[in-house]
Design a protein around this ligand. Structure first.
Ligand SMILES: Nc1nc2c(c(=O)[nH]1)N[C@H]1C(S)=C(S)[C@@H](COP(=O)(O)OP(=O)(O)OC[C@H]3O[C@@H](n4cnc5c(=O)[nH]c(N)nc54)[C@H](O)[C@@H]3O)O[C@H]1N2
Ligand SMILES: Nc1nc2c(c(=O)[nH]1)N[C@H]1C(S)=C(S)[C@@H](COP(=O)(O)OP(=O)(O)OC[C@H]3O[C@@H](n4cnc5c(=O)[nH]c(N)nc54)[C@H](O)[C@@H]3O)O[C@H]1N2
Ligand code: SF4
Ligand SMILES: [Mo]
Length: 723
């Protein structure tokens, strides 16, 4: 590895002289496990977070990592979140997996003994071959998600999958619903550069909580407020830290966003607040929309959303009279069975007002589509296209318990390699996922940094490098900068990267794609070369390449995706196979999980600011700051239930029940309960976590998990435990 001129000394404090002359201080620091930083080396945060921050990693003489600091890229501007600043807690965690392990106890018992890498890779190859020989290659299912968003470490398994004809993976656990909603109207995966938020006069954060999930938007928002008095509206069922900062918080019932959007459109048409010339040019189906929302005014929406009609009216008029208005379309609103319909409904608003024409106006969703890379070699796209079945990753429970429709007429899955994901914890319908993972006839290899819930079910656990130990190429979904990173420390223990493991496996399985002979750096370089971009070395030296689209592209001045037009009336059949019953024009689709006398509450399960999905739940500081699994319950609901702050309550439905501590608040819609964070299951009093309550039925039209769409009952804890 060449450490080129991006290495910077961090001044006296980090120099050898500084260390030597302050012996007392060193002794004190040594007692605290602190090691004097010597170098600051560049890297990129790989987590599934919109910001993909450049980071400067302090590396001590002993090769251990100290603090991480933010690189001063435009957009992130030197800011990183606290959990990644203390990443050393993960890298050097005493429980890190540092050598290959083979199960010696029962499945799920977590009892393992060390083996060599050679034995481990031989065994995976053998078991994959056996599964393919017995049932056909579709019996093998490599399962990969966003633990690292680096294109190389995430994509490695896909090349092998494609060449070997293994089952494909429907990537539904996160963005498929939002993406369907966006594509229905806009028709192209581009949107406004987040940096424009600093120019907006009205910022609407709709179903997102950037204070936790995209911290850089908070800085841009603050700047817009300070420089020209921008106003901020947050649409969220509970008072998040983002909502606390808003001028107006619309605390609606979960799954009712389309009703709110329809009422806003009603007011825009009624009060002639639409940009008629722009809409005539860019909108498709305007008159049908006008007639449709004429009967869907604020009073109608108030009954559905739980908001006051006058509040909806005021918001609509404010939105309709502010041209430079930007809506951040968050994933939160999409995590419902009607999520795609809701997101499409909200995406109609900036078309009606013509906000798209102005800097700081329009809508911002995912920016990942703006990166144009030739990924032929990296993703094995030059291999013959695979016609293997595509298994829905969110339905892993149904798949591994052999439900016929989930298997799509194919064989049972009998061999898996999991990389970059912790499905036993993050996937819906936990009980079923665990039953499937515990199957005796399933061979499960889990390549991991930590002994996760999923790894505990494995036959083989393989130590994975963290981002500071391997190279990768990064795009982003919240900004426009492409980055490459080299390893900054040697692998911890015997950890190896995803790319390395897949290359090793490919060799044993007889896969011959050219990429399997390349190391990480060569493959990154080849991808950049094929994309007519600077070399890997040059990109690394520059630290980031801005791939921002020109204004007219990012704002669709050259036309939206559907023949130049935005579709007010969606053609859902063009978006996904499961389109029956989806309303073409924006509407409240009442297919969400129904509350009834038995299940009167709606549960939402949004992320914790201290974790990144299930990651960081194992690091001591994040764990301490997050506290314990907690249910936010409205004071009136709590009063009726006889629950007071700190009580243990039981939440449940037909899928199961969990015990959590209650926090009583007026900062949540009545009838709604929120449990933040994908806590490790063992942090729950009875050892099974929040996803045991969430359904895994596929959200139309393209699949997806409805993490914020769940009906539950709440009972005081019968066993009386209130600790
Ligand atoms: N700290 C931290 N950052 C993260 C993550 C994390 O776990 N922790 N996860 C990362 C990942 S993978 C993703 S995809 C993004 C997701 O980030 P976001 O786009 O912010 O999406 P969510 O966090 O799922 O939900 C955001 C908000 O939507 C609200 N919400 C729930 N239901 C509804 C509804 O029906 N309507 C409306 N309007 N709002 C609703 C929730 O209460 C929540 O406050 O964040 C990323 N960043
Ligand atoms: N209740 C509820 N559940 C949810 C959500 C929610 O809001 N509520 N959000 C959902 C969303 S948006 C998402 S995206 C999913 C996320 O689900 P996952 O993608 O499974 O995300 P993580 O829980 O962060 O798990 C990633 C794992 O990858 C490992 N890892 C990291 N880097 C590497 C690497 O380079 N190699 C290997 N082999 N392993 C690595 C980490 O140690 C970690 O255990 O969860 C979903 N689950
Ligand atoms: S988790 Fe997000 S905010 Fe934190 S360092 Fe990584 S990319 Fe930046
Ligand atoms: Mo996600």
């Amino acid at each position: 590895m060449s450490r080129n001129n991006t290495i910077t000394k961090r001044g006296r404090k980090g120099s050898a002289k500084g260390v030597g002359t302050r012996a007392g201080g060193v002794a004190a620091r040594a007692r605290l496990g602190y090691c004097a930083p010597m170098l600051s080396l560049p890297s990129v945060c790989p987590h599934d977070c919109p910001s993909a921050c450049p980071v400067d990693v302090e590396v001590g003489q002993d090769g251990r990592v100290g603090r991480l600091h933010g690189g001063k890229m435009p957009y992130t501007e030197g800011v990183i979140c606290a959990k990644v600043a203390r990443y050393a807690e993960r890298i050097h965690h005493p429980d890190r997996v540092t050598q290959p392990l083979r199960r010696v106890g029962d499945k799920g018992s977590g009892r393992f003994a060390p083996i060599s890498w050679d034995e481990a890779v031989d065994e995976i190859a053998h078991r994959f071959r056996l599964a393919a020989d017995t049932h056909g290659p579709e019996a093998v299912w490599p399962y990969v998600y966003g633990g690292s968003m680096g294109l190389l470490q995430m994509g490695a398994a896909n090349r092998l999958r494609r060449e070997m004809g293994y089952s494909r993976q429907g990537l539904t656990i996160c963005a498929s619903i939002a993406s369907a909603g966006w594509m229905a109207g806009v028709g192209a995966k581009r949107s406004v550069d987040s940096r424009e938020m600093a120019k907006s006069e009205l910022i609407v954060i709709w179903g997102a909580n950037p204070a936790a999930t995209q911290v850089h938007l908070m800085g841009l928002m603050a700047r817009a407020r300070k420089s020209h008095g921008a106003k901020v509206v947050v649409v969220d069922p509970y008072r998040t830290p983002t909502a606390e900062k808003a001028d107006l918080h619309l605390m609606l019932r979960p799954g009712t966003d389309a009703a709110l959007a329809c009422a806003v459109m009603h007011v825009l048409f009624r009060d002639d607040l639409i940009d008629a010339a722009y809409v005539a040019r860019m909108g498709d189906g305007t008159e049908a929309l006008r007639a449709h929302v004429a009967t869907r005014g604020p009073a109608w929406a108030a009954a559905i959303t739980g908001l006051e009609a006058t509040t909806i009216e005021a918001f609509a008029r404010h939105y309709g009279t502010t041209k430079r208005s930007l809506i951040r379309l968050g994933y939160g609103m999409s995590r419902s069975r009607n999520g795609a319909v809701s997101l499409h409904a909200v995406s109609c608003l900036p078309v009606l007002t013509g906000a798209w024409q102005y800097e700081g106006g329009g809508a911002t969703q995912s920016l990942s589509g703006g990166f144009v890379l030739d990924r032929t070699l990296m993703d094995g796209l030059d291999l013959p296209a695979s016609d293997a079945r595509q298994l829905d990753m969110s339905r892993i429970g149904a798949i591994l318990t052999n439900e016929a429709d989930a298997l799509m007429g194919g064989p049972p899955v009998t061999a898996m390699l999991v990389q970059n994901s912790n499905p036993a914890n993050v996937a819906p319908d936990t009980a079923k996922v665990w039953r499937g993972l515990a199957r005796d006839d399933l061979f499960l290899a889990v390549h991991e940094q930590m002994m996760t819930q999923t790894a505990r079910f494995a036959d083989l656990v393989l130590p994975a490098t963290t981002f500071v130990e391997h190279a990768d190429l990064y795009t982003a979904y919240g900004h426009t900068f492409l980055q490459v990173a080299k390893p900054v420390i040697a692998p911890v223990g015997e950890a190896r990267s995803n790319h390395w493991l897949i290359n090793q496996l490919a060799r044993r399985l007889g896969a011959t794609h050219a990429s399997f002979a390349l190391d990480e750096w060569q493959l990154i370089d080849a991808c950049l070369h094929a994309s007519n971009l600077p070399s890997a070395e040059e990109a690394h030296k520059a630290r980031w390449l801005d791939c921002a689209l020109p204004f007219d592209k990012a704002h669709f001045l050259d036309g939206f995706g559907h023949g130049g037009k935005f579709r007010f009336a969606a053609d859902w059949s063009a978006i996904g196979p499961d389109h029956a019953g989806l309303p073409s024009l924006p509407d409240h689709l009442d297919n969400i999980e129904t509350t009834d006398a038995e299940h009167p509450f709606r549960l939402i399960t949004p992320p914790s600011r201290h974790f990144l999905n299930s990651t960081f739940a194992e690091t001591p500081t994040s764990r301490r700051l997050a506290g314990r699994p907690t249910a936010l319950v409205h004071a009136e609901d709590a009063g009726r239930l006889g629950v007071t702050d700190g009580n243990v309550i039981r939440l449940g439905n037909a899928r199961g029940s969990v015990l959590v501590h209650a926090q009583v608040t007026d900062g949540i819609a009545k009838g709604v309960v929120a449990v933040e964070g994908i806590w490790p299951d063992e942090c729950f009093i009875e050892g099974m976590g929040i996803n045991s309550l969430i359904g895994a039925d596929a959200v139309p039209p393209n699949g997806g998990a409805a993490f914020h769409d769940c009906a539950v009952w709440i009972r005081p804890n019968a066993s009386g435990e209130n600790a």
